[in-house]
Design a protein around this ligand. Structure first.
Ligand code: G6P
Length: 617
């Protein structure tokens, strides 16, 4: 987490930096700061606890001149969120300013060594060690900032994307990366932008260069961009990628929150996700990343899906889809558990890394581990050019556009959609999916965007009203079975993360083994009770809740009369083949969480303590 921005060119750096910080605020919003060198050669650093807005307020009457600068928005890891721990950090010589995203694992050892050399530390951060180390190397070796950064990257252990400026060289930014993302935007006339992802860059240029692990870049206003390997003197070839992202996609488009915009975008994002991948007669599915690796999937002994958070819930749905359609055993692992669990990975295994951002540190490490043990690794991500797609053997994008709200919505349905297409395709390749089944499911998949629109048209107002009834509940239970047990987990997570109401997702039938003890009139249950193969059993589970005085909000299939008679509130969704039901049940669950959070006055897009892209362990 944490977001980095940098600028070097002809404009006032401050404006580019602040706008960039706003775009990256989803990566952390504990504090923010900027460092600029003005025309007189002064290094001005301004930092403020809290959001970027607080920094803007703080800098109102300050000297904001200068055409070079770096900036940072922080998600605190080492040291509490306050002004002192905010980045940029400055060297003891007062010559260098540095911003950092990641964590330095050996910072204690380095700090002790630097303290012996007379360095005094003002913050509690791991980052300050890096700027002092670079300073120390420059002082003792009499070398350039670039050489010192390169030497420092050999001594620091951990994950980092850093950008450093030197007061004595006001035309140069040095940047380096290891396991944390960094993108360089290339403008006209040696104008350069730097950021943790492309969103702060896209309004100025669509030409970007992704820095690779172990690379150090010199960004110089006179000599341009040069990238080197940190461990030898080799200069890397520069690969410019042209991005297609548009600035409109990054704006709220009239909605009060990004989250609501992203919920309502789903008919279009899923149409984009499916586009060109299901033939117009719905008889075939094309995912080139899968087709090009046909043998790997056909012969897979096992599929392991690693993911975190909402992506982990999508992975659980993926397990049902792949096991149903492909008859390949699937295990779903939290990436953070998998990477430290001494997992048994065999050559015939396919590992799928599922991640919206493509940057989640644990997911990246899990896939690297599986790759080193001989697995074929396949990425399913949203952010184009992010670290996971670049580390995998192959993969496919979900193509739902930038997701800015911290709570994932359209990425979740995009992930389930891609997993459904992958399961159908691999199932067909393995001879486990008949032409008829493929056509039935693919036809329904093509209907999903329209069906979601129908849910919005019929249920949005109703859910807004329903949210008013439940805004002050302290606990919620979300129950589901089969394909919709992960939907219950996801519904509960959505509510927790944005409303701060405690909620638990549970397999409906498991409830009677303990959780039922919690049920009383004050604890509402949201039950997914659609007409699937366990429908009758779910009806019994609802009866068990009702018998204990619990209030029930049920998500049912259109026309259901049985549950409608039992439940206190009913939300009807259209009928669809069972494996695709999570795509529809997700919608009312997202809206319910959203409206409850709004009623509680929460910061829906940037809930407390969270970040969208978790690039630390
Ligand atoms: C964070 C986000 C979640 C997301 C999870 C995994 O916790 O707040 O919304 O599901 O990371 O992120 P990924 O980008 O790997 O899907």
């Amino acid at each position: 987490m944490c977001g980095i921005v940098g600028y070097l060119g002809q404009r006032r750096a401050y404006d580019v930096l602040i706008q960039g910080l706003h775009r990256l605020e989803y990566r952390g919003y504990d504090s923010s700061g900027v460092a600029m060198i003005n025309a007189s050669g002064d290094l001005n650093i301004y930092k403020s606890k809290g959001k970027v807005e607080a920094l803007e307020h703080f800098t109102q009457s300050k000297d904001l001149d200068g055409c070079i600068g770096i900036a940072h928005t922080r998600w605190a890891t080492h040291g509490e969120p306050n002004d002192i721990n905010a980045h940029p950090h400055v060297s003891q010589s007062q010559m260098l300013a540095l911003v950092h995203n990641g964590t330095i694992e050996n910072y204690n050892v380095l700090k002790e060594a630097l303290t012996l050399h007379g360095y005094k530390f003002v913050s509690e951060t791991d980052t300050e060690v890096v700027v002092q180390l670079i300073d120390y190397i420059m002082q003792t070796n009499g070398c350039s900032l670039f050489d010192a950064v390169r030497e420092a990257t050999r001594q620091i252990v951990g994950a980092y994307a850093i950008a450093v400026i030197d007061k004595s060289k006001p035309d140069e930014i040095i940047a380096a990366r290891q396991s944390s993302p960094l993108v360089i935007g290339v403008g006209e006339n040696n104008e350069y932008f730097l950021a943790s992802d492309a969103t702060p860059i896209i309004e100025y240029t669509n030409k970007v260069v992704y820095l690779n692990d172990g690379e150090v870049a010199i960004i110089n206003h006179q000599t341009g961009l040069h990238i080197f390997d940190a461990h030898n003197t080799d200069e890397s070839e520069i690969h410019i990628t042209e991005l297609k992202m548009s600035i409109d996609e990054l704006e709220k488009g009239g909605y009060p929150h990004f989250m609501l915009k992203e919920i309502f975008e789903q008919p279009r994002t899923l149409a984009d996700c499916i586009s060109g991948r299901i033939s117009s007669d719905a008889k075939s599915v094309v995912l080139s990343g899968v087709i090009e690796n046909r043998e790997k999937f056909i012969n897979a002994q096992r599929i392991i899906i690693v993911a975190c958070g909402t992506s982990w819930h999508a992975a659980l749905i993926g397990k049902h889809l792949i096991e149903d359609f492909c008859r390949i055993p699937v295990v779903v692992e939290y990436a953070s558990e998998f990477r430290y669990s001494n997992p048994v990975v065999n050559k015939g295994d396919v590992l799928i890394a599922l991640s919206q951002s493509g940057e989640t540190a644990d997911t990246l490490a899990a896939l690297e581990l599986a790759k080193s043990q001989g697995a074929f690794v396949f990425g399913i991500c949203n952010v184009i050019g992010s670290s996971i797609p670049r580390a995998t053997h192959s993969g496919c994008y979900i193509h739902v556009g930038p997701e800015i709200g911290v709570a994932s919505t359209k990425a979740f349905t995009g992930q389930v959609t891609v997993l459904a297409m992958l399961a159908l395709l691999v199932g067909q390749m393995r001879g486990k999916v008949s032409e008829e089944t493929l056509e039935t499911v693919a036809t329904d998949l093509r209907r999903v965007p329209t069906l979601i629109q129908d849910i919005f048209d019929r249920l949005n107002g109703k859910i807004e009203d329903l949210a008013k009834i439940f805004t002050y509940a302290h606990n919620f239970l979300y129950l589901g079975r089969g394909y919709n047990y992960p939907s219950a987990l996801e519904g509960a997570l959505k509510l927790k993360e944005i409303s701060y109401i405690h909620a638990e997702g549970y397999p409906a039938a498991e409830m009677k083994h303990g959780t039922i003890a919690l049920i009383d009139v004050d604890m509402p249950s949201v039950v997914i009770a659609i007409k699937d193969k366990v429908y009758e059993k779910t009806v019994s589970n609802i009866q068990q809740v009702k018998a204990r005085g619990g209030k029930v909000v049920a998500i049912v299939t259109e026309g259901d009369e049985v549950v409608s008679a039992l439940a206190d509130h009913v939300l009807e969704i259209p009928a669809i083949v069972e494996p695709l039901t999570p795509l529809l049940t997700a919608i009312p669950l997202q809206l319910l969480a959203y409206y409850i959070a709004v009623n509680k006055g929460r910061n829906v897009d940037q809930p407390r303590n969270l970040a969208k892209s978790v690039t630390v362990e």
